[in-house]
Write a protein that binds this ligand. Structure first.
Ligand SMILES: Cc1cc2nc3c(=O)[nH]c(=O)nc-3n(C[C@H](O)[C@H](O)[C@H](O)COP(=O)(O)O)c2cc1C
Length: 355
């Protein structure tokens, strides 16, 4: 199966680095949440846990961090859900909690929990294409029911005084695009910012994100619009801003394979250049990530290590060997020891095998 990282980036128009916006504000009833720079770590289930988010913060350049999506139902029913998905450290601020669900009353209750937990803003997921979420009319399933969406927006808006954003796809499929209508409805219902993943539900993650849909949303509303989809480099981010006029950019998969992307974008914005990470940086990052998983006893630590290795080792010299070593580990400490051994060897001897 062809993977995201095997596909060469599509040709994008050249753009000026300085176009990357320096800051953007989410405003609600006298509250202002300033995001500087105007960059967002996209919510990614299974990836953007608190350990990963702190890495992104430590590396610098990210304006807003988001949690993994969390079931509103689960949150109001069980404290465990809040502990597992919504625990965060102060250093992660500003941080938004992302919820999914379809019942306005449950959503309002869950939003109140999020506010009580001290989050800086709240985001509603209208993009998840997963069957089990869509089946219950959550995530992108809601793109087919704008009247229900309006009720959700209004109820959630009333429930909290936090800035409230919506992350959505452009429609169920190309024959049913709702991005402009949805954006206008959201703005009229008091939503304070929008992030569009410029694909339909039917597309999943295939094909190319249609950045022109982001431009159409930007033209339709005056609240901040974040563009999302297929940014793989600072140059791509600047090209998206040039092509769409979006107020900020949101980055998902690239952050998992290159967590330095936010720092690189900031450097690119300021100087027009940025440095790629070296093997020692990569060794430190994966070693630290694994150590923290072990130390903090994250649930499913070994599974997370394997998943992280699969994203993160692409572009690492000898990455295939490292992935295999991690996949075959039986315990978390064994996986960590294998990572240390791999990089000790790789950093001492010039590696020859390409991943
Ligand atoms: C493994 C994975 C998990 C994801 N989980 C979420 C999620 O919890 N909530 C959400 O809104 N989007 C989720 N997404 C979608 C991303 O936030 C983002 O919209 C998408 O990957 C497109 O952006 P990108 O091209 O920068 O990756 C996920 C994507 C991936 C690859």
């Amino acid at each position: 199966m062809q993977k995201y990282w095997d596909t060469p980036p599509p040709a994008r128009p050249s753009a000026v680095a300085a176009l990357l916006p320096e800051a953007v504000e989410l405003r609600h009833a006298g509250r202002r949440l300033r995001l500087a720079p105007a960059t967002v770590l996209a919510p990614m289930s299974g990836i953007t846990d608190t350990v990963f988010r702190r890495f992104i913060r430590d590396l610098g350049g990210c304006g807003l961090i988001m949690t993994e999506f969390t079931s509103a139902d689960g949150l109001v029913r069980s404290e465990k859900v809040a502990r597992r998905y919504l625990s965060f450290a102060e250093c992660e601020r500003p941080i938004a909690a992302q919820l999914f669900g379809n019942d306005p009353e449950v959503m309002a209750e869950a939003a109140a929990v999020v506010e009580q937990m001290g989050f800086d803003s709240i985001d509603l997921n209208l993009g998840c294409p997963a069957k089990k979420v869509v089946k219950c009319n959550g995530g992108s399933g809601l793109l087919r029911d704008l009247p229900l969406l309006e009720r959700l927006f209004l109820r959630l808006r009333k429930a909290v005084s936090l800035p409230f954003t919506v992350k959505f796809r452009a429609g169920w499929d190309e024959a049913h695009l709702v991005h402009v209508e949805l954006a206008r409805l959201a703005e009229a219902s008091g939503v304070n910012g929008l992030a569009l993943h410029a694909r339909t539900r039917e597309q999943g993650y295939s094909g190319q994100a249609q950045w022109r849909w982001i431009a159409e949303v930007k033209q339709a509303v005056s609240i901040p619009v974040f563009g999302n989809g297929d940014i793989r480099s600072p140059e791509d981010a600047a090209a998206m801003v040039a092509a769409t006029g979006c107020d900020g950019v949101m980055i998902g998969r690239t952050a998992a394979s290159n967590p330095w992307i936010f720092r690189q974008m900031e450097s690119y914005r300021l100087t027009g250049a940025y440095a790629p990470p070296g093997p020692a940086d990569r060794a430190r990052l994966i070693g630290d990530y694994f150590e923290r998983l072990v130390r903090e006893g994250m649930p499913g630590g070994l599974g997370k290590m394997k998943q992280f290795a699969s994203w993160f080792t692409h572009g690492v010299e000898g990455g295939a060997r490292l992935r295999k070593a991690v996949y075959e580990a039986r315990t978390e400490t064994e996986a960590l020891a294998r990572v240390h051994a791999f990089f000790a060897e790789a950093l001492a001897l010039p590696a020859t095998a390409a991943s």
